[in-house]
Design a protein around this ligand. Sequence first.
Ligand SMILES: Cc1cc2nc3c(=O)[nH]c(=O)nc-3n(C[C@H](O)[C@H](O)[C@H](O)COP(=O)(O)OP(=O)(O)OC[C@H]3O[C@@H](n4cnc5c(N)ncnc54)[C@H](O)[C@@H]3O)c2cc1C
Length: 443
Amino acid sequence: MNPGIFTEDYVSQPFWWDRTPRPSSGNQELPESTDVVIVGSGYTGLSAAVQTARNGLDTVVLDAQDAGWGCSSRNGGQVSTSIKPSFKELSEQYDKETALAILMEGNNALNWVERVVRENSIDCDFRRTGRFYGAHSRSALGMLRRKLADTPDELKLDAHLIGPEEQRLEIGSDFYHGGMVNPRHASIDPGRYHQGLYECARASGTEIITHCAVTRIRRQASGFVVHTEKGGITAREVILATSGYTGKLSPWQRARIIPIGSYIIATEPVPEELIDKLMPKNRVITDTLKLVVYYRTCPQKRRILFGGRVSIKETNPQVCAPRLRELMVQRFPELSGFRISHSWMGFVGYTFDQMPHIGTRNGIHYSMGYCGSGVSLSSYLGAKTGLKAAGRPEGKTALDDLKFPSRPYYWGNPWFLAPSIFYYRWKDRANTPDRRRDSYSSP
Ligand SMILES: Cc1cc2nc3c(=O)[nH]c(=O)nc-3n(C[C@H](O)[C@H](O)[C@H](O)COP(=O)(O)OP(=O)(O)OC[C@H]3O[C@@H](n4cnc5c(N)ncnc54)[C@H](O)[C@@H]3O)c2cc1C
């Protein structure tokens, strides 16, 4: 590893934590009983808590770590409509009306975040910056064209294609062959947003107890006993909000969630004129490669944040940082002189059908598996789950109780990840024009 690419004050922790350290918690005692216990204090858990508490239920959120320690304070802060399968793909599985209703929930989720931010005056730099989705090859641009043509008008939200000749209006790079612009997608400071939800949950009367891992959930005649490192608590309703950190506590969900490490770097400060040249519309950016990368500026437009999956196996974020930097410099050679000040990772909760899942199993509510696009979906579906636990009809969603698939011999350890990443690397190389290919030196 080249130490020269790291700043003297480099830290291996999320950039967002500089501005918003994890909320500190005193020595909190576990109450003996409550109406609702929520496991996990990320966006899902806190959004659920706000709804249960506002509906008059005593609510306790438990987290094994600090509040928001999981993906919710580690993500890239790109806020999109989030549901991965296309209308065409979903229409092959469901009737057209259901497919439309499912995808519409993605649009609702994006609008939901904006509403929560506005109504609760959360200071988190939510901006409708729009997203540029770069096509890594001519055929990828064709794929985007077909995808857009197959999308019903009510789902398009003004999305449009950009040809290679107009690309420089969107991004100061010739790396792509044009792409698609989603002008209504947004960016946010994920750490500030989490802090805002944390404060809303507390203001609604929710108790948030950290460093309190839940070890077992036992059903009894009326409700549940939730066993934790700090003792037991009885509850009428339990909500699982553990997504990519779902573990042995809930074997059924664990056999349906694929935890995949995603890694990010932040650069040292870059002059604003250069940032304006590289990202003239300050959009969030991603691309069509199988091993997708995502990048943006920080809200203050001082640094570039660049994320993706570059390692075959899970590793230390500092090990992945040079490789991520190479990919960033491939797109923006002007950044070759800038060092890395932060790098970090988190476990995204993927699912076998690339769909988020919300439901109830053995009386326990859950919402998880947002497949790397969970800022809006976890907030929206978390709130829906809270409403369900409170017995409110508004908790209904078009995503209710879709079949949550697993695979034979999968219990939560994604042994197939390394060969899949190998294959996707090969595929990306094979489908990328020569001058953009790289050596794929592996960390
Ligand atoms: C690096 C990275 C970049 C990402 N970028 C984006 C992006 O740009 N846009 C986007 O939309 N999405 C992105 N995501 C995904 C998004 O952040 C997540 O989908 C979302 O934050 C999930 O929220 P959550 O509340 O469900 O889970 P989390 O925030 O992960 O919270 C789960 C919590 O459960 C706790 N927990 C687990 N087991 C137990 C237990 N037994 N007892 C008590 N507590 C437990 C964990 O400690 C953790 O705090 C990214 C994710 C990562 C990792």
